[in-house]
Design a protein around this ligand. Structure first.
Ligand code: MN
Length: 260
């Protein structure tokens, strides 16, 4: 089983290293790391088509070979799937992001965008995020990532009790910043609703010209039962199955009653 690891925090992101260490030593697992050379957090689903992409083969933190590119997280997946890797990966794992990707965050997330790019290419994809802003503990997310890969392998070997790697697999996984043995369980969730507290700051640069900065407090969220936001707030690992059909079917029915 050949796994592509990528992220949006960049090749030196601590969560990518944690994800690598979680799965790389599993038997019959081959791992390729292709990640951006800079931080693409909060950059959304961004694809580079108007300039050349550079890829460097580097010695990674552990002395292993990895690829670093000036492209985006989604570009990393395209590079891998379109020929940089000798074969199309069986699975793309993106993360572990240093920060949550809950509710409306998924529309901003480069971590999720990499998984979406894989999904569009027909490759099973998992996005992993750690629900903290400082002092990240990747243990729960990493151990759960390892568990998922062993379950996929079980099915690949024709054994009972595993999980199937199917092309519809696009999972947004958020884990509490805890040790695995401290989590309260695993919950299958739907996307919740964020409460953003963006504020516009107007300052002046040293030459007296105004500049603007969008800032504000960290986002909050509606703690609605069954959502990703509520699950991680209750110290559970949240798994949200996603799809890219953004059609609002309820609104579609309503619009059909309109007279244009
Ligand atoms: Mn990030």
């Amino acid at each position: 089983m050949h796994i592509l690891l990528t992220n949006d925090d960049g090749i030196d992101g601590p969560g990518l290293q944690a994800l690598y260490e979680a799965v790389a030593d599993l038997p019959e697992v081959e791992v390729t790391v292709i990640a951006p050379d800079r931080n693409w957090s909060i950059s959304g689903h961004n694809k580079t088509m108007d300039r050349p992409l550079r890829v460097s083969e580097i010695k990674w933190y552990n002395g292993l070979e990895a690829f670093s590119t000036d492209g985006t997280p989604a570009d990393c997946v395209s590079l891998a799937g379109l020929g940089l890797m000798p074969e199309v990966p069986d699975l793309v794992m993106s993360g572990i992001n240093t920060g949550p990707n809950l509710g409306d965050d998924v529309t901003y997330s480069g971590t999720v965008a990499a998984a979406m790019e894989a999904h569009i290419a027909g490759i099973p994809a998992l996005a992993f995020s750690c629900n903290a802003y400082v002092d990240f503990n990747f243990n729960a997310a990493a151990r759960f990532a390892r568990r998922l890969v062993t379950l996929f392998q079980r099915t690949l070997k024709g054994e009972e009790g595993g999980l199937a790697l199917t092309s519809d697999l696009l999972l947004n996984i958020n884990a509490p910043s805890l040790n695995f043995d401290e989590i309260a369980g695993v919950e299958i969730t739907r996307q919740g609703r964020r409460i953003y507290r963006d504020e516009l700051f107007r300052r002046e640069d040293p030459r007296g010209r105004p500049y603007y900065w969008i800032g504000g407090e960290r986002p909050d969220g509606h703690l609605t039962d069954g959502t990703d936001i509520a699950a991680v707030a209750n110290n559970k690992i949240s798994i949200t199955p996603m799809m890219l059909d953004l059609t609002n079917y309820l609104l579609m029915d309503k619009l059909k009653t309109w007279s244009f």
